[in-house]
Structure formats: C-alpha cells, structure tokens
Design a protein. Structure first.
Length: 333
C-alpha cells in the first residue's frame, strides 16, 4: 500500500507555523493546527514557559501600531494574515513564513506580590523593562537610576568589584533614550555601580518585586494606549485613550506630547458604551448630558476596546481585597 505524499495529507495541510515573541526578547516557534482556539495556544505557550499563573498575560497581534489582544474564545485564524491561513504545509519543515504573535502583559497590577508565580513575575518584570525604555517622565529622572539598580541586581546578582567595572552593562538597555542623551553614558556608568552595590544580598525574585513596585509608579509605564477620534471625519487621531491599573485617561495629542484631559478612576466610571464606531463614557454622578463621545474608527476596534476595558475593570474590582491584605502585610514588615 503506497503512502500518501505530505501535500495530500490532511493533517499536515492544516498545520501552520507561529512565532511567539516574549517580553525578554526570546521567542518560541510552534507548529499548530490552523483552527486552534486562542485559549489553546495561550495554554501551550504557558506550558512551554512553565508558567503556572498566566491570567495577567495575553496574546496580541500588532495592527496599525497598536497591540490588539486576542479574544481567547475565538479561533486564531480570525487574527491572522490572509496569506498565512491559505499557506498550507508542504510537509515537515516546509511551512510558510510564521505568523508573528506577542505574548505580553494584558492586565497590569500595581504590586508584584499579587503575582504568586515567580516565572510569571519574571515575564511581568521584563514587560515593564521594555515599557520603561519608552517612558517620558522627565520630572522623575531619579526613578530610572533606581530601576536600573534593581534590574542589574536581578540580572547580574550581587555587585562584584573584580567583575562589575567599566562598561559592564549597556545604558540603552536600562534607560530611556532621553536620559542617556541628557546625562551621557559616562555619567551613568560612573554613578549606577554604587546604586547596584546598595542592593547587595537581594535575590533576583526580590529585585523583580522592587522593580515592579517602582516602575508602576511612573505615569506612562503600566498603561495601554489606543487612538481615539473626536469625530467620524477625523483622519489623524487627535486623542489617545490610556488604560491604567486604576482606570481610564483621555489625552489630547499635541505634536510629540500628550496632554491629559480627563482621568477617570474605575470608581468614577458609571458606564461604557460602544455602538459601532462610537464610544461613550458616562462618568458616575454626572448628568447624562455630560457623557463624553468619541470614535474608534471601526466596529472591530470598538469590540476589542470594550472587552479589554471591561476585563480590566472586573480584575481591578476583584483584586482590591487582596491588594488591601498585601498593603497590610508590607506595613507590618
């Protein structure tokens, strides 16, 4: 009996290649069934990373320079490029270009102690490391030096005079570009080692905790940003929605900067409504006439934003009792 060639084999025909980018710059290459659910892929990724607690993480694809987080109940091909779905496998090691997917933090928390799994905490730390490189808190410059000290302790361990001297780390890998430009590499390489030395005896896990706690205090680190439009006819988005650990912010886009217009803690958000491309925020305690109306550009973005905002709000409410316990524990310590 003759064997079927691979290109006629239905099992291989349904296989595709995906490349999962991780927060620490590693990647995973996985062969999957084209009809896999996003939830199943996330479980596979967490298993490969030996990550037990993955509820803060999600899978995203980049569309128009924004991270679109996948609805885990949907099939993966809903988010894939058309050519990827059509590209059938021609046998072992004969897959087309992989689909690029990002494994990253979907839900921010303000305290690393809320992440019980050390591996999850490690990837959460690395996600914040990347966010810090784009941070623009010019009035909090000293925070970036402290963060670098925690990160060096986490990455390299205790300061050793015979090992950690000269250019033993790359300033660009730890500081936003504007700090490096303002202070210069020599200044950073001269002053940071003493701060690294001050973290002596901190374990990597403890250093991750300290980094997370300090990083989320920066206004623009633990935030997801999405474009918004003032009206339907707008071509360039004049507004930005910021989703933070505590609620929603609306910014006016001014050249390279963002000016804060509204800051709504979750406790002040009465209702969120998405109708087609229209997005309405009804602040709590204000008359309905005071509702804010914006536009998302397309119904798919509306659906994605509603799901992300609703899930973030639900998680925030659920975590409040645990967060209070953690704060009490830290006060006692």
């Amino acid at each position: 009996m003759s064997k079927l060639p691979f290109h006629n084999n239905r099992v291989m025909q349904d296989r595709r290649s995906v490349c999962i980018f991780l927060p620490n710059d590693d990647s995973l290459n996985i062969i999957i069934n084209v009809k896999i659910l996003c939830q199943e892929l996330l479980v596979q990724v967490c298993d490969l990373l030996r990550l037990k607690d993955c509820h803060l993480f999600g899978l995203s694809v980049i569309q128009n320079n924004e991270h679109v987080y996948m609805d885990l109940a949907q099939k993966l091909y809903k988010y894939c490029p058309k050519e990827w779905k059509k590209e059938a496998s021609k046998g072992i090691d004969q897959f087309g270009p992989p689909m690029i997917i990002h494994f990253r933090v979907q839900f921010y928390v303000e305290n690393g102690r809320l992440i019980s799994d050390r591996t999850a905490r490690y990837y959460y730390y690395w996600h914040l490391r990347k966010q810090v490189l784009h941070s623009q808190c010019v009035l909090r410059e000293e925070a970036y030096f402290l963060l670098t000290a925690f990160a060096l302790q986490a990455d390299l361990g205790d300061f050793k005079r015979n090992k950690h001297y000269g250019k033993y780390f790359e300033p660009e890998a730890y500081f936003p570009a504007w700090v490096v430009a303002k202070r210069g590499k020599d200044y950073i390489l001269k002053h940071v080692p003493n701060m690294h030395k001050d973290q002596f005896a901190l374990t990597a896990s403890e250093a991750h905790l300290k980094y997370i706690k300090e990083a989320v205090r920066l206004d623009d680190v633990a935030v997801h940003y999405y474009r918004l439009y003032k009206d339907k006819r707008e071509v360039e988005a004049s507004l930005t929605l910021g989703l933070t650990t505590r609620g929603i912010q609306i910014f006016q886009n001014l050249d390279e900067e963002k000016q804060l217009l509204y800051d709504f803690p979750w406790t002040n958000v009465g209702k969120l409504v998405f109708v087609g491309k229209k997005f309405e925020i009804l602040p709590d305690g204000l008359p309905s006439a005071r509702k804010l109306i914006y536009y998302t550009g397309c119904p798919l973005r509306s659906r994605h934003l509603l799901q992300l905002l609703s899930s973030s709000h639900r998680l925030y409410m659920n975590l409040q009792p645990v967060l209070r316990q953690v704060r009490r524990l830290e006060e006692n310590e």
